[in-house]
Unconditional design. Structure first.
Lengths: 194, 127
C-alpha cells in the first residue's frame, strides 16, 4: 500500500530576481574592473597627493641655493642643506663629537617626513634642527661665528614653519641664505686646527 | 463525514510533492503479471489532507477486452493509492489486483468528477 503526500510550495525568490541580481553584480564588476582608466586610477591614486617629486625637481634646478625659489623650494632647499650638513658632520674632526651626533640625529628625525614627501610635514622642526646643528658645530671650534650661529637659531625659532604666503617664503629663503652662509664658513677648518 | 474535494495536482500550482515522495506521473502501471496496463497521467489529491488519493492512469491501447476509445479520446482509470505499490527504482506502479485479462471489468474514468457509486465500483473491482 503506497502513500504519497503533497505540501504547499515554499515561497522562494523568483529565479528571474536572482538572475537580475547576478547580472547587476556582473555589470558592476565589469564597470569597475574593465573600464580603460580604472587601472590607471587605482595605480595613480596614492601618489597623486604627493607633489614632492615635481617640487624637488624644480628646486633641484636651483641647486639648493638660497636664491628665490617657488613655494615648494624651501622644502627641497632644506633637504639639500641636510645633505651638506651631513657631509659637514662626517668631517674627521667632528664625527666623534657626541653633541654633534645628537644634533645630527635630531635633524634627521625632523626632516624624515619631508624626505618621505609627506605634504603635511611642517618645515619648522627641520629649520630649527638645522640651526641647532650648525650652532653645535660652531661651539665645537668656531668661537668667531658665535654671534652668527646664535642669530640663526633665533631666526629659526621665529619662523612659522609654513611656506604658503610670499612673506613666509621670503622669510624662509632669508633664513636658508643665512644658514648656507654659516655652513660655508663652518666648512673651513676650525681655527684651532690651522 | 463529507467526501474531500479532489483536485488534479496540476490544477494546484501552490502545491508540490512532499520531500521524499516521488512524483509518479509518467510511471508505468503494471498488473499482477507484470504486463503494462498504462501510464500515470495525473494525480488526484486532497488539498486539505495533503495526500494523493488516486492515480489517473491512461490505459495502454489495445488491451484485451477493452473497447477502443473514440477518436481523440483515451481510456483512463482511477487507481486508489491504497491499492498500488510503488517501485521507485524502476519507476513502476504495481497494481496486483488487476491484469491485462481483468482490466476490462474495471470501471473506466470518463468524467473528471467522481460520480456517486464510482468509488464503490472501483473497490468492488479491486477485490
Amino acid at each position: 500500500m503506497a502513500e504519497l503526500r503533497i505540501q504547499p510550495k515554499k515561497n522562494s525568490p523568483s529565479p528571474w530576481l536572482l538572475v537580475g541580481l547576478a547580472v547587476a553584480l556582473l555589470a558592476a564588476a565589469a564597470f569597475f574592473f574593465l573600464r580603460p582608466d580604472a587601472a590607471l586610477d587605482s595605480l595613480n591614486a596614492p601618489p597623486r597627493p604627493v607633489p614632492a617629486p615635481a617640487a624637488s625637481a624644480a628646486a633641484d634646478s636651483v641647486g639648493g641655493t638660497t636664491t628665490a625659489a617657488p613655494a615648494t623650494g624651501t622644502r627641497a632647499a632644506l633637504l639639500a642643506l641636510g645633505t651638506d650638513l651631513t657631509a659637514l658632520t662626517d668631517r674627521a674632526d667632528l664625527r666623534d663629537d657626541t653633541a654633534l651626533r645628537e644634533q645630527r640625529d635630531n635633524f634627521t628625525s625632523a626632516t624624515a617626513r619631508l624626505a618621505d614627501g609627506d605634504p603635511r610635514a611642517s618645515l619648522r622642526p627641520g629649520l630649527v634642527a638645522a640651526a641647532s646643528l650648525l650652532l653645535a658645530v660652531q661651539q665645537h671650534g668656531y668661537p668667531a661665528l658665535a654671534t652668527q650661529a646664535a642669530e640663526l637659531s633665533r631666526e629659526a625659532n621665529a619662523l612659522s614653519g609654513r611656506d604658503d604666503t610670499p612673506a613666509d617664503q621670503t622669510q624662509n629663503q632669508l633664513y636658508l641664505s643665512h644658514a648656507q652662509a654659516l655652513l660655508t664658513a663652518l666648512n673651513q677648518p676650525a681655527p684651532s686646527t690651522i | 463525514m463529507t467526501n474531500p474535494v479532489l483536485r488534479r495536482l496540476r490544477d494546484l500550482p501552490s502545491f508540490e510533492m512532499a520531500p521524499d515522495n516521488p512524483d509518479v506521473r509518467g510511471w508505468t502501471v503494471r498488473g499482477s503479471d507484470g504486463q503494462p496496463l498504462g501510464v500515470v497521467d495525473e494525480l488526484l489529491v486532497d488539498p486539505v489532507g495533503q495526500t494523493v488519493r488516486y492515480l489517473n492512469v491512461q490505459l495502454t491501447p489495445d488491451l484485451p477486452g477493452v473497447p477502443a476509445p473514440g477518436s481523440h479520446a483515451d481510456h483512463h482509470v482511477l487507481l486508489p493509492l491504497a491499492a498500488v505499490h510503488l517501485d521507485a527504482e524502476a519507476s513502476n506502479v504495481f497494481v496486483t489486483a488487476l491484469s491485462q485479462q481483468n482490466i476490462r471489468a474495471y470501471p473506466l474514468f470518463v468524467e473528471f468528477q467522481l460520480v456517486p457509486g464510482f468509488e464503490e465500483a472501483m473497490r468492488q473491482a479491486l477485490v
